[in-house]
Design a protein. Structure first.
Ligand code: PRX
Length: 607
């Protein structure tokens, strides 16, 4: 076990040396000539180096004993299994990659993956990277409108989807969403449909050619050369919400990204070759990209995926799977822990958790009560719990313990090796211990995002202008007298609902898309299970009468516009909203009023 303080001190004496040492553990077609080119605010790592995430996730294992090891275990909702060794996964990926090539896909082309949690989701992601195409995974729970925006922004050439799929007791007709999303689309040439459930796929868009996944791969060769990529060539785009406007496309590259995610999983989860790693996230989010798929494979271990939800077929399903499949590392979100906590401890007691060695948490602050419950009843007070703070933009864990350190429930510990962070005031000055301030990262890190797709201005303004010279994370935090970080939550208009990231502006425009709504203001309110819930203040158009039915209609409007993850909990009809003289809604004032907190400075308030 590493000594954190000693390794950290060494790592930041010269972070470039530290990261170079890690990069040398991985495979490159051509070595880099320069470790870091930092042209603020753009960092380019391993300049001149050539590699591919897939070269490290699959190819390099094929000549080693890892080739015959299980790479992926997938369990369906009805408990059937699909297992792939590294060799088998490589074959499936190669066949699908050749299928994509047969449709004319070339290096740099954008491909939207709108699939549920099934093996094809991972095969498709790997296949895109293998041939140098750039994937944009859209979470399968997003609505047709949300999908449409993301396909259009990425100018995708191909959409990969499923006809329909089981989700708990429901069957989701996701192909219907694709049809709506692509009705007027100009860039998509092919839709590839996985038949998760056997039924006919209706081709409702005659301009776009539809192909069944199975038909596309049947006659393809099992050999496919992995494309040589420059270290900073884009690997994927992932859309995430910000405080203003539409979700933005965060771009990650090949070289730096793989170095950061490889090292963090290795040290934070103390990876050993026989690990069976289960991250309960979905590949629609960054956790799924970095720690369900890419890093476990780069590290040559087995990644475990369960198709269903934590409460289907019953609330014991996770515990049953940990016991049955001898999971060694289990990584989940506070919201799930809080939801399961409500059922007490009895349902856990009959299961054997002796295989577990490390637990992890991600996505939102974990309250000490949930931390202790997880540690005590799942970890049986024997194994460490890693509370990992990071973001879509950071690509990798940034503030996190490693298993050897002393933990404090509710604290995400300290920065990972080679990462320099701090908590500062408005002017960028370090705040005293236990004082709330802005969380910043002082120097580039390898998995740092490359840009915001199609919007470099937003990249600069959101992350690098509020406090010049550093990366502004958008979170508030405190550092205690022992140097431990305590993440308070977002300091912008981003709301974290059950760990899902949503923007107030995005929710407001969803409300306003209903013709009965004149104006909307949305805030996040603390919620016992979800972390935060959505509350909306609505001004109706003249002549529209407020009613409970209208509230239900507006909930549907938002679900249709974004998806069920954005379901509002409360709607208030109001006559006026607090605004600045220039007309900007002061959500801060609404939130303070709602929570009974001091309203603070109101000198810019219009009325
Ligand atoms: O507010 C922080 C919260 O999640 C935000 C990033 O969200 P997203 O890009 O969707 O990525 C989530 C998965 C990495 C952060 O700005 N967050 C994430 N992890 C933690 C957290 N807040 C507190 N503690 C954490 N461990």
């Amino acid at each position: 076990m590493l000594d954190y303080e000693k390794t950290y001190a060494e790592s930041i004496k010269n972070p470039e040396d530290y990261w170079e040492g890690i990069a040398k553990e991985l495979s490159w077609y051509k070595p880099w000539s320069k470790v870091l080119d930092w042209q603020y605010p753009y960092a380019r790592w391993f300049v001149g180096g050539e590699t591919n995430v897939v070269y490290n996730a699959l190819d390099r294992h094929l000549e080693t004993p890892v080739a015959d090891k299980t790479a992926l275990i997938w369990i369906s909702q009805d408990m059937s299994e699909r297992k792939f060794t590294y060799k088998q996964l490589n074959t499936e990926v190669s066949k699908f990659a050749n299928g994509l090539k047969s449709l004319g896909v070339k290096k740099g082309d954008k491909i939207t993956i709108y699939l549920p949690r099934i093996p094809e989701q991972f095969i498709a992601m790997l296949a895109c990277l293998k041939i140098g195409a750039v994937h944009s995974v859209v979470y399968s729970g997003f609505s047709a409108d949300a999908l449409k925006n993301r396909v259009e922004d990425a100018q995708a050439k191909i959409v990969i989807c499923s006809n329909s799929y089981p989700y708990g007791k429901k069957i989701i007709d996701s192909k219907k969403n694709v049809d709506i999303a692509l009705a007027e689309n100009k860039t998509v040439e092919h839709v590839i449909v996985v038949e998760r459930i056997k039924n006919n796929t209706n081709d409702t868009n005659s301009r776009i050619k539809h192909i069944k996944w199975n038909e596309l791969v049947t006659s393809q060769s099992t050999e496919c050369k992995t494309e040589v990529m420059e270290s900073s060539d884009p690997a994927f785009i992932l859309y995430t919400s910000g405080s203003t406007g539409k979700p933005k496309g965060v771009i990650h590259g090949h070289g730096g990204y793989m170095v950061g995610i490889y090292a963090t999983l290795k040290y934070v989860f103390d990876i050993s070759p026989d690990d069976i790693f289960w991250s309960t996230a979905d590949a629609g989010w960054i956790t799924g990209h970095s720690y369900i798929l890419y890093s476990p494979l780069i590290n040559g271990i087995t990644t475990f995926v369960y198709e269903g939800t934590p409460d289907f077929p019953d609330i014991e399903i996770w515990w049953r799977l940990i016991d049955k499949y001898k999971i060694t590392k289990f990584y989940t979100a506070p919201t799930a822990i809080r939801a399961l906590m409500k059922f007490g401890e009895e349902h856990l007691k009959k299961y054997d958790f002796s295989s577990l060695k490390i637990l992890g948490s991600v996505g939102e602050p974990i309250n000490p009560e949930a931390w202790l419950w997880f540690y005590k009843h799942v970890g049986r007070e024997k194994i460490p719990l890693m509370d990992t703070w990071w973001q879509t933009e950071t690509g990798m864990h940034m503030i996190t313990p490693i298993p050897s350190v002393k933990l404090k429930p509710g604290s995400a510990f300290k920065p990972f090796f080679g990462v320099e962070a701090d908590v500062v005031d408005d002017h960028g000055n370090k705040v005293p211990p236990n004082t709330q301030g802005y969380l910043i990262i002082k120097k580039p890190w390898p998995s740092m995002f490359l840009d915001v797709y199609n919007n470099p201005t937003r990249y600069k303004e959101t992350y690098f202008e509020k406090i010049p010279g550093v990366y502004f994370a958008g979170d508030s935090a405190k550092i205690d007298e022992d140097g431990y970080y305590w993440i308070v939550g977002r300091n912008d208009d981003v709301i974290k609902v059950s760990g899902h990231r949503l923007g107030s502006a995005e929710l407001e425009s969803a409300f306003v898309s209903n013709p009965k709504v004149a104006e909307a203001a949305v805030i996040g309110k603390p919620h016992e299970v979800k972390g935060e819930s959505i509350k909306a203040f609505i001004i109706l158009k003249q002549g529209v009468t407020p009613s409970d039915e209208l509230k239900t209609e507006l909930v549907q409007t938002v679900r249709k516009s974004i998806g069920p993850i954005a379901t509002p909990d409360e709607i208030d009809f109001v006559e006026k909203l607090p605004k600045t003289r220039s007309g900007k809604i002061m959500r801060r004032v609404l939130k303070a009023q709602e929570l009974g907190l001091p309203v603070g400075d109101t000198s810019t308030l219009d009325d």
